[in-house]
Design a protein around this ligand. Structure first.
Ligand code: ARG
Length: 457
């Protein structure tokens, strides 16, 4: 590859340290796509003969066919996917193969390959995210009247409908889609033409290559930035990290819902595992593994951030270490998303148990305080009175719903017959009929909004 300058081949351990083909070979189709466009451009601009470009394009197609078929022989001695493909090309077509690398460096080549590859991968992650959102929206649509306790500090707070809880996660995933789409749009510029770092003396046509490869954002404007930027990788992995955080929180909620303490939800058998000793166990491993995998993707992000932080311009070999954490984050996120959507679809909801847990009248204490506000009391005063009532109930060892009107009035003198109707969770959720609130009417409208999205079809 670079024999001219050297008297000795690389030390065997150096070669082992430096090879990346064991993992970067997954970008072969994108590498060949980039090289094909580059070769065509070299002929169009008269830098190489048209016949040589034709031979290169055909040769690259033949190399791709070998790789697709699994007959290609990868060589660690050739370092990376780029050199493996170029070497095989020259093996197949001879001298014209040696013209492919005109006006190009592996530095702008690898940057191009990664952008092409990540554009496709980001689209695939978005597709999987949409499938999970669709599963959540479908389940939410079945539970716009299913009431359960909502929590703050993991303490029963106020009743909500289950559909509202599920749509909260749909909102989070929507922002994840936005971040991935945004990252994908920003990386959609062509580095090729930057050469090793300063551009090339050859009269290449970068615009044509950008059009050919579908880079809608045009060209990287600065050759030094083009070959040393990896923030597009970090941006994507940070979007994946946030997405994993959301899935980890959903998992945490689901693990609790499946516990014997709650027993509100049961996951399909296919998405759970048993115990090798305790015959009764049905464990929500997918949720637990998702929480664990989130940690792993964060690790990938920190690896990438640390990798780049002290690198001088432009390309440094350290940067080859970007690929394993990037690929790991993508593989992990895609696997988790793929298993999560059908797991959500397998959920069986125990409405009665949810409703029972939400029926403690203490969850409606805020409703009474707000009733007092509607009668003209300042909220702080209302809060204090209802607090005293809850304290009295606690001391008496009975629920608020067991209080007579006379007993109510001892703490809340303004109370009327109407207050006795506030203790029903149905009344509580229905009364929160504002945009974004948990009233079934509002949640039905939200479900309708999501069901009208094109990806729900
Ligand atoms: N495999 C290398 C990487 O991923 C390609 C670029 C190599 N460039 C170089 N000058 N050694 O970073």
């Amino acid at each position: 590859m670079w024999g001219g300058r050297f008297d000795a081949p690389p030390n065997e351990l150096v070669a082992r340290l430096g090879e990346s083909v064991s993992y970067d070979r997954r970008m072969y189709a994108h590498d060949i796509r980039g090289s094909t466009a580059h070769a065509r451009m070299l002929a169009r601009t008269g830098i190489i003969p048209q016949a040589d470009a034709d031979a290169i394009v055909d040769g690259l197609a033949a190399v791709k066919a070998e790789i697709d078929a699994g007959t290609f022989v990868w060589s660690a001695a050739l370092e990376d996917v780029h050199m493996n493909i170029e070497s095989r090309l020259t093996g197949l077509i001879g001298a014209p193969g040696g013209r492919l690398h005109s006006g190009r460096s592996r530095n702008d080549q690898v940057a191009t390959d990664m952008r092409l590859y990540l554009r496709d991968e980001a689209a695939e992650v978005v597709r999987l995210l949409r499938a999970l959102q669709a599963a959540l929206v479908t389940l939410a649509g079945q539970h716009t009247d299913t009431i359960l306790p909502g929590f703050t500090h993991l303490q029963h707070a106020q009743p909500v409908v289950f559909g509202h809880v599920l749509l909260a996660y749909v909102e989070m995933l929507e922002r994840d889609v936005g971040r991935l789409t945004d990252a994908s749009r920003r990386m959609d510029v062509l580095p090729l033409g930057a050469g090793a770092m300063a551009g090339t003396t050859l009269p290449i046509d970068r615009e044509w290559v950008a059009g050919e490869l579908g880079f809608t954002g045009g060209l990287c404007r600065n050759s030094m930035d083009a070959v040393s930027d990896r923030d597009f990788v970090i941006e994507l992995v940070s979007a994946l990290s946030l997405m994993m955080m959301h899935l980890s929180r959903l998992s945490e909620d689901t693990v609790f819902w499946c516990s014997q303490e709650a027993n509100w939800v049961e996951l399909g058998d296919a998405f759970c595992t048993g115990s090798s000793i305790m015959p009764q166990k049905k464990n929500p491993d997918v949720c637990e593994l998702t929480r664990g995998k989130a940690a792993r993707v964060y690790g990938d992000l920190v690896t990438l951030l640390s990798l780049m932080k002290n690198l001088p311009l432009c390309y440094n070999r350290d940067m080859q270490e970007d690929k394993e954490p990037l690929f790991d984050a993508l593989d992990t996120a895609k696997l988790v998303l793929a298993v999560y959507a059908p797991m959500v679809a397998s959920i069986v909801v125990r409405k009665e148990r949810m409703h029972g847990a939400a029926s403690d009248a203490a969850l409606m204490a805020t409703d009474l305080a707000e009733w007092l506000v509607r009668q003209g009391l300042p909220f702080r005063q209302a809060h204090h009175r209802v607090g005293a009532l809850v304290g009295a109930a606690h001391r008496a060892g009975k629920g608020l719903e067991a209080f007579t009107l006379a007993e109510l009035r001892e703490c809340v003198p303004e109370a009327t017959e109407e207050c006795l109707g506030l203790w029903k969770p149905e009344a509580s959720v229905a009364a929160r009929d504002i945009v974004g609130g948990t009233a079934p009417a509002q949640v039905r409208a939200q479900v309708a909004f999501w069901k009208a999205q094109p990806w729900m079809a």
